[in-house]
Write a protein that binds this ligand. Sequence first.
Ligand code: AMP
Ligand code: MG
Length: 341
Amino acid sequence: MGLTRVCRAVRVAACCAMLGCGRGDEVAVVTEQRVMMDTVVSISVYVASEDSSSAIRRDIDKAFAAVARIDSLMSSYTETSEVAEINRRAATSAVTISADLDSVLQTARWASAISHCAFDVSVAPILQLWGFGTEHQGVPDSQSVRELLPKVDYRLLKKEHGTLRFAKPGMAIDLGGVAKGYAVDVAVESLQGAGYRDVMVKAGGDLRTLASPLTAGRRYIWIQHPREADKFFGKFRFDSGAVSTSGDYERFFERDGVRYHHIIDPQTGYPARRAVSATVLANDSRTADALSTALFVLGPERGIALADSLAEVEAVIVSIAGDKLAWRATSGLAPRLAIIQ
Ligand code: AMP
Ligand code: MG
């Protein structure tokens, strides 16, 4: 980990934040990146002078430890996570859940309800059938998809007195659409608790910032171009809050020229086709994360109508017709958005 003068930034998946350097003020940033949660997690602390960098490094370590703890609870990729334990047992008995899981499931339930099930963590059995990112990934036969659809419904997740039970056998949960956002929140809270007022935490397509007068008015969010890895689609100025992007370019495979990606429409059991990326701004990262997945599934019309109806939420959804990109944004974001394409 090094102490770096800003105006240097790494291009990353989905979206990223960079400081504009027009004013020429000196800002020092202590930053570290680690591969965690199946992505790159980066934590940055912005300060006026480099003097306290070793103390900052220790606090960044603690924030990474908080992310690692959330990963160990919520990962879908290890047999030892709390989620794996729930998926093994909750169809036969009520399983006691941690406060973190309880909190994430609360966000998930809210996102499911407002999106009319476009977001649904109980889509897990269908995700397992597709096997994205595993050796057995492939297009399942339609009969198998149809048979699993009745097991996908968040209302069948029975949460009572700190326990979770599945109302049907064969159900499972996958927190891939919200856990990274939650981990980002936990890391930001850890740094805030240690007294920092200007930070950025990023995990793949989910990022959250706190801005002090040091960086206020200087940070831009750059949205990844959905079809060209080394290009950006657009940018907007952003101080404090959370931004998440969901895209069909993050995890996918191709068969016979068709792209099959990891965000499933719970109504059909197939990859959602209405959008190629959805970017959401919210006050916290868990909300932005769950909503970006939900809005991706809903697509430009219903997705932006939903975001426009929510206080303190903005969004832009990109779709594709032929090889032409189109976009639609909330009335609060559209005037701030500079499209680059
Ligand atoms: P994100 O990149 O935040 O949109 O999350 C995508 C991940 O969410 C996928 O890799 C799955 O683990 C999970 N997922 C896929 N489809 C859905 C859905 N409709 N609702 C909730 N989670 C989903
Ligand atoms: Mg998400």
